[in-house]
Design a protein around this ligand. Sequence first.
Ligand code: C2E
Ligand code: CA
Ligand code: CA
Length: 397
Amino acid sequence: MTDNLHLEKQAGDVVFREGDPVDHAYILEKGAIEISVERGGQSVVICELGPGAILGEMAVIDQATRTATAKAIEDCRLTVVTPHQIRQRIENADAVIRSLMNILLKRYRVELARNRGFPVEAESALLDSAGIRKIRLENELKEALEAGRIQVMYQPIFRLADKSIAGVEALLRWDHPDRGMIPPTELVRLTEETDLFVHLDLYVLGTAIKSLVDFRARASDDFFISINVSVKHTRNQDFLNNARSICLATQQDVHNIMLELTESALVDIQQLSDWVQDAKTAGFKLCVDDFGTGFASLEYLTRISPDVIKVDRSFVLPLPDNPRIASVLRGILHLADDLNVKVIAEGAETTEHVDLLWGLGYDMAQGYALGHPLTRAQILDLLTDRQFRETSPDPQS
Ligand code: C2E
Ligand code: CA
Ligand code: CA
C-alpha cells in the first residue's frame, strides 16, 4: 500500500479473495480487475472492471464475507473506501431507500446461495424493516384521507381584552387503528417526503372551510380560521390555486382564512416573498408561525410583511421565571406594532402566562390555559354559548 488511502497492485495480485473477512471497498483508478467465483472447484470469471468502477462495496454494506475474488489483470491503482464512509451515508439515508437497498442486496445474496445449492431464506423474512413500515403507514394514511378518517381539531385563539374568540387554528389528528394517536409532526414529515403533503394540506383546508361556514354564523365578521401549510407549497402556485377553487366552490371569503408557514422551515426568502405576495393578492391572510425559532426572524418580518406573527411558545413558557424573556417579548411586540403586523402569543399554558402576556401588552394568545384543541361541535357550542351570553340581558341588571 503506498499510503492509507491508495493501494497499488501488480498484474496477477489478488485484491481480495472469496471467503475473506471484509475490510474496505475500492475505486479502481487505473488498470483492470477480474472478478471471479468458485464453482465446483473451478474459478469462473463473472466480470472485468476498468477505471472508475467500484469493487468490494457489497460486503462492506452488509458486513458479509467476500463472495467473489478480485484479481488485478493489469498493474492497478486503487482508492481505498472505508466502511465508515459507506455506512454513515447509508445510516443517514431515507429509511425507504435503505430498506430497498438492503432488500436488493439480500436478494442478490439469496441468488448466489441458490446457485451454489445452499438453503435460502423465505422472501417474506426479508421484508420487515423500517422503510417497509413507513410505506405501509403512507398507504394507510392515503386510505384514511380518502375515507375522511383524518380528523381536524380547532384550537381557539383568544383576544385577551375580553376573552372573545378571534379565530381558530386547524390541527390535524389521526387515530391510527393499531398505533393510536400519531403526532401531526410525524405525519407532516412523512408526507413531505413525497407529494402526499399536497393532499393532506388540501384535505385540512377543505374540512376547515366547511367548518368555517358554521363558525362564522356564530362569530364576529373578522373571525378567522388558521391553516398550517407546508413550506413546500411555496415552490409553485398549485396550493393557492386549489385553495382559491375550494373557497369559490364553498362561497367562502378568502379574507377569513389565514395560512401559517413555520418560520424554522423557511429557506428561500425570494421564492417565499413572491409566493406570499401572490397569496396576499388572492386575499389570504399570512402568518409566520413559531416566530423566533428560525435563523432570520427579523428578515421575515421586514421582507415578507405577514399579517400576523405567532411568537413561539419557547419564548412564552419561561416567562414567569425569566425577566429577560419579558424584554424580548416586549421588543417583538413593539417591532411588530411599528410594522403593522398583528401578534399572537403561543403556549399560554397557565393563567400566570395569560396575565403576564396581557401585562406586556399582548392582545391575542393561544394555549391550554385558554382552550385546548376542540372538535368542530365543541367550537360551535363554545361560540353559541358566547353569542348567547353577549346577546342575553345581564341577570344582575
Ligand atoms: P403548531 O402549528 O405550532 O401548532 C401548535 C401546537 O401546539 C399544536 O400541537 C397544539 O396542540 C400545541 N399547543 C397548543 N397550546 C399549547 C400549550 O399551551 N402548550 C403546549 N406545550 N402546546 C400547545 P399539535 O396539534 O401536536 O401540532 C404540532 C405541529 O404539527 C403544529 O405546530 C404544526 O406545525 C403541525 N401541524 C398540525 N396540523 C397540521 C396541518 O394540518 N398541516 C400541517 N402542514 N402541519 C400541521
Ligand atoms: Ca401553527
Ligand atoms: Ca406554532
